[in-house]
Design a protein around this ligand. Structure first.
Ligand SMILES: [Zn+2]
Ligand SMILES: [Zn+2]
Length: 274
């Protein structure tokens, strides 16, 4: 990425493309654009990007294999292909757990659901290249620092902490997760600027939240007890039509905290302070 796309190297810009648990008018599933070149999850929100913006994505980090998080990987590979070829850009790097990459190979890029974009237009210069992640791994991506965080979900899953510099305050995204003690253990020693955490169900559906390894407001409150009080907490993955009800329930539990619903289209600026 060129410097003009990232005018201030001391901060991260996180554009929320989608933060809903499903689709409906105005609701798009999970996807975040970090600066201009790193996509975190590839839900239906990717469809709001222009062709040029899609072609500018060099890295995709996937939290897990569920459709609402990987929906757009195959489509964006197709959209960006010609522009990236013309600009002689390398394959888009798709970073995920090995089980997530296997799921993509078997169930999406299998020649039935979608062509294998890890081999076209040519095996030597494909549109996509897959790279395996492991929980706890840290890597630098063109000046941003990414750590793979643990998640506890029905399929192998991770979250991510991203910073603009080593040891700088982090944007943390939990991915889809139920109760997750390993995450809180890690976050006690990580400076967190903003936490994006899921609350996929209301308290009425706590049993379903537990079975599907998601959170509801009661479970969320128990999770947040381990977090410092000065962190911005933004709630994601609420289902269409349930945002007000879920946020009211959260407010009864967590009124003292800086908690609000994440909104599609907003841009979070992660700086050296809160
Ligand atoms: Zn999921
Ligand atoms: Zn999901």
């Amino acid at each position: 990425m060129t410097q003009e796309h990232r005018p201030n190297a001391a901060e991260l810009q996180v554009r929320v493309l989608g933060c809903s648990g499903s689709i409906a008018a105005g609701c798009r599933t999970t996807s975040f654009l970090v600066d201009a070149d790193i996509l975190v999850d590839a839900g239906t929100g990717v469809g709001d990007l222009t062709q040029e913006e899609i072609a500018g994505i060099d890295h995709i980090f996937l939290s897990h294999s569920h459709l609402d998080h990987v929906f757009a990987v195959g489509l964006l590979a197709d959209t960006g292909l010609r522009l990236r070829e013309a600009q002689k850009r390398p394959p888009v790097q798709v970073h995920a757990l090995p089980q997530t990459l296997d799921a993509l190979r078997q169930h999406i890029f299998n020649g039935v659901i979608w062509p294998d974009f890890t081999r076209i237009p040519s095996p030597s210069q494909p549109a996509l290249a897959f790279g395996e992640l492991a929980v706890g791994q840290r890597m630098e991506v063109a000046g941003r620092y990414i750590e793979v965080l643990p998640a506890a979900h029905t399929v192998p899953a991770v979250g991510f902490a991203i910073t603009a510099a080593p040891h700088a305050p982090a944007w943390v995204y939990t991915g889809d997760t139920g109760p997750n003690p390993a995450l809180w253990q890690r976050l006690t020693t990580l400076p967190v600027h903003t936490l994006v955490i899921e609350t996929a169900f209301s308290d009425d559906e706590e049993a379903l939240a537990r079975i599907s390894q998601h959170l509801c407001p009661t479970l969320l409150e128990a999770e947040l007890r381990a977090l410092g009080g000065d962190v911005n907490v933004l709630i994601t993955h609420i289902k269409p039509g349930e945002v007000d009800a879920v946020m009211r329930e959260i407010a009864t539990h967590a009124s003292a905290r800086r908690v609000r619903a994440l909104m599609a289209g907003e841009v979070l600026t992660i700086t050296g302070s809160n």
